[in-house]
Design a protein around this ligand. Structure first.
Ligand code: CTP
Ligand code: MG
Length: 229
């Protein structure tokens, strides 16, 4: 099956609090975005890579993707969901069998996880990379302005969603079109579930975390230097 990686990189990185959006910050000598682009580009089962960007950041994108033979970027939207929808729409002509939607802010995606995601799509319409929840979960309750431990939530059967989130292309395109006027959803599996698609869970890796806050960038730097040793 022809598989295209759709990398969403049109966010502003507001929680990171830096001048540049986090996907353009430098990590281990190259842009955060470049790490996943290189991994997808050199993967033998990935036929193409398309990035969704904020057009105002075109120069940053060109520098980050310099010398890499990938598709021309397309403009994203105000929310992640809108950026994905616009990215999917841009792939109609290319008409891949599968699309793997990935956050630019996850530089540590590995080839084996990509393989497991693609393999899963031969049996299911969707494939969601997850890791199990290991912490004990508490619901906070507020009393007199302070926060107290309320209920303890059973973590058994709970997972944290990562990306890539892989889908059969026609199915996710239709699901995103149907979701376009509804609530904003933070991941594509939610969009797929709302359309009644069957989304199978794929075992991911703890290292494939999303860089969200400054502490995540420090963790990424540590992991990168360990991997380069
Ligand atoms: N994203 C996007 N278009 C948007 C919002 C987000 O393409 N309008 C992308 C981001 O670039 C990122 C991924 O979706 O790769 C995950 O989103 P998130 O971690 O929330 O990134 P930001 O929205 O950039 O960060 P923040 O929420 O802190 O502003
Ligand atoms: Mg965001």
């Amino acid at each position: 099956p022809r598989t295209i990686a759709l990398v969403v990189a049109a966010g502003s990185g507001s929680r990171m609090g830096q001048d540049l959006p986090k996907q353009y910050l430098t990590l281990g000598g190259k842009a955060v975005l470049r790490h996943c682009l290189d991994t997808f580009h050199r993967h033998p089962r990935i036929a193409g890579v398309r990035v969704v960007i904020n057009p105002a950041c075109r120069d940053l994108y060109d520098a980050a993707a310099a010398g890499l033979d990938i598709m021309t970027p397309v403009a994203g939207g105000r929310s992640r969901q809108e950026s994905v929808r616009l990215g999917l729409g841009s792939l109609v002509e290319a008409a891949p069998d599968y699309v793997l939607i990935h956050d630019a802010a996850r530089p540590f995606i590995d080839a084996d996880t990509i393989d497991r995601t693609i393999d899963t799509l031969s049996h299911h319409a969707g494939a969601l990379v997850v890791v199990p929840v290991v912490d004990t979960l508490k619901r906070g309750t507020e009393r007199q302005g302070a926060l107290f431990s309320g209920a303890t939530i059973d973590r058994a059967g709970l997972f944290r969603a990562q990306t890539p989130q892989g889908f059969r292309f026609g199915a996710i395109l239709a699901a995103h079109k149907a979701a376009s006027t509804g609530l904003e959803m933070t991941d594509d599996a939610a969009v797929a579930e709302a359309a009644g698609l069957d989304v199978a869970l794929v075992t991911g890796h703890e290292d494939n975390f999303k860089i969200t806050n400054p502490a995540d960038l420090a963790r990424a730097e540590r992991l990168m230097s360990e991997q380069m040793e």
